[in-house]
Design a protein around this ligand. Structure first.
Ligand code: NAP
Ligand code: ZN
Ligand code: ZN
Length: 358
């Protein structure tokens, strides 16, 4: 444990209980220690996981400790670095995603899979090794993070649109790479929200034939613009049936309860459906859907630090950012309500300058 000498106050939006809205207040951050990078937060994306956590919807798996300051899609400018920091200097652009620490020694860390480390520290709602209590996320004007967990943003990317890459981007890029999404593969994306729209961009950039499944007919034109080759309105059984047994890979990014068997049946022999969406309640799976074609069902959790940097560099090269609606932090509660109505095109990105007026 690296005990800091002192702390400083920052402004932040937090929720005091599962039923209270986010509200303005202050929290303490540690002053940067030797390995730390202090970042002024410029933009923070709004992930559906922020909402699940703020409302304690994952109480069974990761109960929320209140108050919670959500936010793990952070871009900003370095304001100060510790004496041992060589990767960054004041004035640099920097980014932080869902992880701020891990033990660095376990098998997972050594393999570059910090997201699976048994001792990982998430950006919010994880035990804070430095200050006690829990970590506080990006809905704030400043954050202090160990340099190993700070990433670089390619200079050609728009910052508001780059913020969501830190979760929505890596969460969709990582399983696509793992499952070999490439030219000649038929790839499905279920749910055109924050994660889903990034998945479409990546599937397209990787050269696959991308098919979007949406419950929102109004998103059809956007889906094509984002890079889809075909769009299926998933509530239309005839449209679904046309794609039976044809997919190599399907990424499911739906935030709520839904029938995954309808998608498993669209996989060809040895096809894979990966869940990245994390609905609170268990999903029902038909054994026959899997065993009849040796299909597989799996999950994926964000990505490691090296792969996150690889994804950011890929986005720089292909000029990929999220399509964002930039909002002031004062609109974050409204944004949560709109997320629940699938009314986001396609990620809210909070302009943190709005917090300065509080
Ligand atoms: N595995 C990970 O590492 C990881 C990382 C980040 C987020 N997540 C999880 O991934 C999920 C998606 O996050 P997000 O930020 O992309 O959320 P989001 O922007 O709210 O998108 C979710 C999309 O799911 C679809 N949807 C919503 N309710 C539905 C329903 N009842 N039936 C069918 N489709 C429905 C909608 O798409 P259409 O309108 O197109 O139907 C909606 O836009 C969340 O559960 C989040 O916690 C997981
Ligand atoms: Zn997220
Ligand atoms: Zn580890």
């Amino acid at each position: 444990m690296n005990k800091p000498n002192s702390t400083y106050k920052v402004k932040a939006y937090s929720a005091g209980s599962a039923t209270s809205p986010l509200a303005s207040g202050t929290i303490a951050r540690r002053d940067p220690t030797e390995q730390d990078v202090q970042i002024e937060i410029l933009f923070c994306g709004v992930c559906h996981s922020d909402l699940h956590s703020a409302r304690n919807e994952w109480s069974e798996f990761m109960p929320t400790v209140y108050p919670i300051v959500p936010g793990h899609e952070i871009v900003g400018r370095v304001t100060k670095v510790g004496s041992g920091v060589s990767k960054f200097k004041a004035g640099d652009l920097a980014a932080v995603g869902c992880l701020v620490d891990s033990d660095g020694t376990c098998l997972e860390c050594r393999a570059g899979y910090e997201q699976f480390c048994p001792n990982l520290t998430l950006t919010f709602n994880s035990p804070d090794k430095h200050l006690g209590g829990v970590t506080y996320g990006g809905y704030s004007d400043s954050i202090v993070v160990d340099q190993r967990f700070v990433l670089r943003i390619p200079s050609n990317l728009n910052l508001a649109g780059a913020a969501p890459l830190l979760c929505a981007g890596i969460t969709t890029y990582s399983p696509m790479r793992h499952w070999g999404v490439t030219k000649g593969k038929k790839v499905g994306v279920v749910g055109l929200g924050g994660l889903g729209h990034m998945a479409v961009k990546f599937a397209h950039a990787l050269g696959a034939h991308a098919v979007v499944f949406t419950t929102s007919p109004s998103k059809k034109d956007d889906a094509f613009r984002l890079g889809a080759d075909e769009v299926v309105i998933s509530r239309n059984a005839d449209e679904m049936q046309k794609h039976a047994e044809s997919f190599d890979f399907i990424l499911d990014a739906v935030s709520a309860d839904h029938d995954i068997n309808a998608y498993i049946n669209l996989l060809r022999r040895d096809g894979n459906l990966t869940l990245v969406g994390a609905p609170a309640k268990p999903l029902a799976v038909s054994a026959f859907g899997l065993i009849m074609r040796r299909r597989s069902l799996s999950g994926s959790n964000i990505g490691g630090i090296a792969e996150t940097q690889e994804m950011l560099d890929f986005c720089g090269k292909h000029n990929i950012t999220a399509d964002v609606e930039v909002i002031p932090i004062q609109k974050v509660n409204e944004a949560y309500e709109r997320l629940l109505k699938s009314d986001v095109k396609y990620r809210f990105s909070i302009d943190m300058a709005s917090l300065k007026s509080e």
